[in-house]
Design a protein around this ligand. Structure first.
Ligand code: COI
Length: 331
């Protein structure tokens, strides 16, 4: 059995090498991303492992089929950049890594919220210019706030536990309810109900056609003034222009974002000599009450180890048995 793994970064290599040593399976690590040019390198391999944010194009799967490859394993969770029809027509099975570290995402989202409500960006800026006074940057306390968690999968549940640890009141919305949380009576019946009650909204749902721009003008209008918005899920969930208006009006007091709807080409790129040419993003980024991280919530040592090793394990299972624990099935 031979596997080819695309887009392998230096920080992933030790985990890949450890897996190769334990499993005695040949894995070729390629630093380039998977695209129409690099797919040629997959000829002669039995399975493909990849991770990238840029879209996987249809032709990649036509080529895999031509090369006799029917096992495709992602090192991440989101499958929104994969063309489902091309997979199906080429009879290619796909796996993801659904739980490489829910805590990695949840911890950063809460960290950024705490920074916002404790006015850390304001104190950092003031102190950098020598002003060590308190006023006017009086803070809020998380233990006094109501947090609305949208999406109660693994990441949403990890976030709920952290928020509860801080003493916040937590309510949640999900179309698929978790039985334990249901027993606790945490769920509200509609998003409208959640929007009306919360001081903080945190998004933990996958990107779907139905939830494109779920936080839009209409949604913001239902919230009270001074709400905080966290998006550590997918950029498409927020209408960024509506968020900017809500920040201008004070409807939204602050936002922490690890994702942005047009992030490909902006995040995980060195812009020191290549300024970002996206006025909407630049407006967002210029604001002290908006904290942005470059889709880096996942980027912890435990998470990266799991992403690499679980993806390889999945790919091996698909090749050997035509089935794997983390196979993603589309209707
Ligand atoms: C995912 O796992 O789908 C993510 O969003 C994290 C990715 C940047 C590795």
């Amino acid at each position: 059995m031979k596997i080819i793994a695309y887009g392998i970064r230096d920080d992933e290599k030790p985990y890949l090498e450890e897996w190769v040593k334990d499993n005695k399976i040949e894995v070729k690590a390629v630093s380039e991303l998977l695209d129409s040019n690099t797919i040629e390198q997959a000829k002669g391999y039995d399975g493909v492992v990849a991770y990238q944010q840029k879209p996987y194009t249809d032709d990649l799967f036509d080529k895999m089929n031509e090369f006799g490859i029917h096992a495709f394993s992602l090192r991440n969770v989101g499958v929104d950049n994969v063309p489902v029809e091309a997979l199906k027509r080429n009879n290619i099975k796909i796996t993801n890594v659904p739980a490489y570290s829910p805590m990695a995402i949840a911890e950063l989202s809460v960290t950024q919220l705490l920074a916002l409500i404790r006015r850390i960006p304001e104190f950092d800026a003031k102190m950098a210019r020598g002003d060590f006074r308190w006023e006017p940057d009086i803070a809020l306390e998380l233990n006094q706030m109501t947090v609305g968690v949208i999406g109660t999968g693994r990441i949403g549940r990890a976030a709920i536990n952290i928020f509860k640890g801080f003493g916040a009141k937590v309510i949640a919305y999900d179309v698929f309810r978790n039985s334990e949380l249901e027993k606790e009576g945490i769920y509200v019946d509609s998003l409208e109900e959640l929007y009306r009650q919360v001081d903080v909204i945190t998004l933990h749902v996958p990107a779907l056609k139905d939830n494109y721009h779920m936080l839009n003008d209409e949604a913001f209008a239902q919230m009270h003034d001074g709400v905080f918005v966290l998006n550590f899920a997918r950029g498409s969930l927020i209408d960024t222009k509506a968020l900017l208006k809500a920040l201008d009006s004070g409807k939204v007091a602050g936002a922490a974002l690890d994702t942005y709807e047009d992030e490909v080409g902006i995040f995980d790129v060195d812009h020191q000599n290549d300024p970002i040419n996206d006025p909407v993003f630049n407006d967002l980024y210029s604001r002290r009450n908006v904290k942005i991280t470059p889709h880096a919530a996942f980027y912890t040592k435990p998470a990266v180890k799991n992403m690499v090793q679980i993806a390889l394990e999945n790919n091996k299972a698909l090749i050997e048995k035509g089935a794997a624990r983390n196979e993603v099935k589309f209707d």
